[in-house]
Design a protein around this ligand. Structure first.
Ligand code: ADP
Length: 470
């Protein structure tokens, strides 16, 4: 492995994660072993002290009952029996001259002459006498007997030390697999934990190299990385749908622009070719202006829809009275409706308010009303209504018109879509797309239901106070 490769691996999150895990695992194992060692050492020490204390009390009682001779005989008897747990025992005169002393043969060598001039042990503490080779310590407890005689009982720490040493070497042996487990476990965990991220990177790479259909594999585990994968996929799906939509819209626009542009060109060409009077030329120019206006309206509406859909449409939010808004829209279309012999009624509570862009909302109602009038034959009725429902205002435009067939109904919201009846009417096929885009820009939604030959209902649901809006 080259130096460059190692350097790159060191910068990866996986490497750092593995290192952290291994470090934490090894450190906590060490701490655990350390704690176990400390507890073991202190419990062994306490056990030794207790046994010294017990032996001291035993001998004290024996001395009181049988005197020094009794103690001496007792010791000789125990030696003959081969006592497995021998103690150091010393009896000294009140002036600290050794009278009797028993030291087990198998213990390390201690300089016991020191005991004649002993270092002062702290009260309640044992006297500690190091062995000549410093390998062990003789711990001695003392008590004064009647007449000032000194009785001392001690025990070497050899047995305890060798037990602890064994424990230390076992721990040292165990640490090798612990380190191995820490390092491999850390590497494995980091590899597992970062698998979704690697899959995300692979997907982005695949998309970058042109495979637009690539998606992150999700495991439905519900964890954060799985959620990230799902969100990433749904974002990709949304982008794909938008691209598809834009392509479709572009195709439609190109197609729909061709007809008025050809007409425009035709009018101009005819006017140029023949030697017409000035009036005829003026008429041709007026037709050109009309066609150009229609084109401009179409382009502007398309721009508005795109802006509303992408969230770039600036909304001038203010308090809007719904009843007044409906009256405004009705004023605009009253004459057209009368001319067509269609009656329009409005029905909305006077005090129904919502926060919205007044002009955009008026455009929404006007477009729906315009359609209702267009697609309702003479003698029909249109109802413009609104009511409050929880935190929303529900607006509806109901007509007794020609209706929409079930296969056409979902498509009426598409840009530049015009149903069969629409083709015989004025219009660009953009009215409902704009309604939907503007309503959704207000965080609302639209619905339509219709029965051919009976009529249609277009419903707009808007939040009274749209959240997260500029
Ligand atoms: P247009 O300019 O054609 O009216 P819209 O986007 O407003 O475009 O409507 C799309 C199509 O939906 C229309 O061509 C028509 O077929 C259908 N439509 C819309 N409103 C109604 C209605 N109230 N009754 C019946 N059909 C309707």
């Amino acid at each position: 492995m080259s130096f460059e490769l190692i350097n790159r691996a060191r910068r990866t999150i996986g490497f750092r994660l593995a290192l952290w895990y291994a470090g934490a695992f090894i450190l906590s194992s060490l701490l655990l072993f350390g704690l176990a060692y400390f507890l073991l050492a202190s419990s062994l020490e306490r056990r030794d002290r207790e046994s010294i204390e017990v032996r001291l009390r035993e001998l004290e009682a024996q001395y009181r009952a049988e005197g020094r001779k009794g103690v001496q005989e007792g010791l000789a008897f125990q030696k003959r029996l081969g006592n497995k747990k021998p103690f150091f025992i010393r009896i000294a005169s009140p002036r600290n001259a050794t009278v009797l002393m028993a030291v087990p043969d198998e213990w390390a060598e201690f300089d016991l002459s020191v005991l004649e001039h002993p270092p002062v042990a702290e009260p309640g503490r044992l006297l500690r006498l190091p062995a000549k080779d410093d390998e062990a310590v003789l711990e001695i407890a003392s008590t004064r007997l009647s007449g000032g005689t000194l009785l001392q009982v001690g025990k070497s720490t050899e047995e305890r030390d060798s037990f602890l040493e064994n424990f230390r070497s076992i721990v040292a042996g165990v640490m090798v697999p612990v380190i191995l487990i820490g390092v491999t476990g850390g590497a494995f965990l980091a590899w597992r934990a970062l698998r979704p991220i690697r899959q995300l990177i692979d997907t982005v790479r695949a998309i970058e190299s042109g495979a637009m259909a690539a998606r992150v594999p999700t495991r439905q585990t519900g964890d954060e990385l799985d959620e990230l994968g799902q969100l990433f996929n749904s974002m990709l799906d949304r982008i794909a749908a938008l691209i598809q939509g834009m392509r479709g819209a572009l195709d439609n626009v190109a197609h729909d622009l061709r007809t008025p542009m050809t007409r425009l060109r035709g009018i101009a060409e005819v006017a140029l070719q023949s030697e017409h009077s000035l009036d005829t030329c003026r008429e041709a120019l007026a037709d050109c202006v009309e066609e150009a206006d229609q084109l401009l309206t179409m382009l502007n509406t398309l721009m508005d829809i795109s802006e509303a859909e992408t969230g770039a449409l600036k909304l001038d939010l203010e308090a809007v009275n719904v009843a007044a808004l409906m009256e405004d829209a009705l004023d605009l279309y009253q004459d057209v409706a009368e001319e067509k012999g269609v009656t329009v009624s409005t029905m909305a509570p006077k005090e129904l308010w919502l926060t919205a862009d007044r002009n955009r909302l008026r455009q929404v109602v006007a477009n729906l009303l315009d359609n209702a009038i267009k697609y309702t034959p003479s003698g029909g009725r249109i109802e413009l209504g609104a009511h409050r429902q929880e935190h929303t205002v529900v607006l509806h435009v109901k007509d007794t018109g020609i209706g929409i067939t079930p296969d056409e109904l979902p498509r009426v919201w598409d840009r530049l879509y015009r149903g069969k009846p629409g083709l015989s009417q004025r219009g660009l096929g953009l009215g409902l797309s704009l309604v939907k885009a503007v309503v959704e820009a207000h965080r609302g939604h639209v619905e339509a239901s219709s029965a051919p030959g009976v009529g249609s209902v277009f419903t707009v649901v808007l939040p009274i106070r749209p959240a997260n809006l500029r």
